[in-house]
Ligand binder design. Structure first.
Ligand SMILES: Nc1ncnc2c1ncn2[C@@H]1O[C@H](COP(=O)(O)OP(=O)(O)OP(=O)(O)O)[C@@H](O)[C@H]1O
Ligand SMILES: O=P(O)(O)OC[C@H]1O[C@H](OP(=O)(O)OP(=O)(O)O)[C@H](O)[C@@H]1O
Ligand SMILES: [Mg+2]
Length: 280
């Protein structure tokens, strides 16, 4: 049985569960901590996101979904094996206007964060000595409440910083998103490989659409240049002489532009279909 660690709450939880569902795994009912999915050969463990790298690093669980920032902060013996494209954020220093503009300006100040591992490593790498104050959350209010001069926290839209009248200091400490993690140096495992193919299939199905269209045979090469597909498009003869049907995968974000280009080449009956699942 493949043992998978899944975030049970917070920003990662819903999107992680959605992705596993799309990959064919059983959904959690109520607030179960353990869901057996024998049909998929897996057991899902619903854990605090911050603990997931620790469990996977210990080797007790085979693979987990967590944030890159949480993985780095944990110092666990685990490594990122696939980026999942959701819960994207940056991790930044911020302070009241005038506090500073570079990391060197933080020397001697108190820095509040929930990610003390990441912050301490980053300050040490820059050779900056500052006191790190550990908080559990709502870190942006720490300056207002007088326990810190600077914060280091997750920034997505920047709304929370603006609400508290804080400004960014220095460049991003890291760029984070949800990731799959595995124990460092773990042996190759067919069950993990199969899980990765399922998850990769979801990423591809989200990123690409299928495009079908009919085009005159003499314009086929021009059309194929617009829709080369991942390997090569499928070409089928049409009953009407001189026309062919083409099927190709295209990036979802490019679909409308490609349809415009194909139309300009005389293509007609251009159809776009979602991909529900795939293995490439
Ligand atoms: N606003 C956000 N946008 C994108 N990602 C976020 C956001 N807030 C937190 N994350 C990401 O979620 C992960 C942290 O999840 P965690 O559940 O510990 O915290 P949380 O989402 O803030 O939940 P909590 O309500 O427990 O504070 C990290 O990888 C972090 O980068
Ligand atoms: O840049 P923004 O779009 O404002 O998002 C970033 C905020 O979102 C998260 O907070 P959350 O609501 O999870 O509360 P927390 O600080 O208690 O974790 C994170 O910790 C930041 O505070
Ligand atoms: Mg939070």
């Amino acid at each position: 049985m493949l043992r998978i660690a899944v975030p049970n709450k917070g920003s990662l939880s819903e999107a992680a569960c959605e992705m596993l569902h799309e990959a064919g795994y059983r959904q959690r009912k109520d607030r179960e901590l353990l869901v057996a999915d024998p049909a998929s050969g897996a057991e899902l463990f619903f854990l605090r996101p911050r603990d997931i790298a620790t469990y996977v690093g210990s080797g007790r669980l085979d693979v987990g979904i967590t944030g890159r920032d949480l993985l780095l902060d944990s110092g666990a013996h685990a490594e990122e094996i696939m980026a999942l494209g959701f819960a994207r954020s940056t991790f930044r220093f911020a302070g009241r206007p005038g506090t500073g503009s570079t990391i060197e300006d933080l020397a001697g100040l108190r820095v509040a964060s929930s990610y003390t591992g990441v912050v301490q490593a980053h300050l040490a790498a820059a050779g900056v000595h500052a006191e790190v104050v550990k908080l559990d959350g709502a870190v942006e209010i720490a300056i207002e409440l007088g326990v810190a001069d600077v914060i280091a926290d997750v920034v997505e839209t920047g709304t929370t910083l603006r609400q508290m009248g804080l400004e960014l200091i220095g460049s991003p400490i890291l760029h984070s998103e949800a990731v799959l993690v595995r124990r460092r140096g773990a042996e190759p495992d067919p069950a993990v490989e199969q899980f990765l193919r399922r998850m990769q299939g979801v990423l591809v199905a989200r990123r690409y659409v299928l495009m079908d269209y009919d085009v005159r045979a003499e314009r086929l090469e021009d059309a194929v240049a617009v829709t080369p597909g991942l390997e090569s498009p499928t070409i089928s003869p049409l009953h009407t002489e001189g026309w062919v049907a083409v099927r190709s995968m295209v990036l979802r974000e490019d679909a409308q532009r490609i349809m415009d280009d194909l139309w300009g080449l005389g293509a007609r009956a251009i159809l776009v279909t979602d991909i529900r699942a795939c293995r490439l």
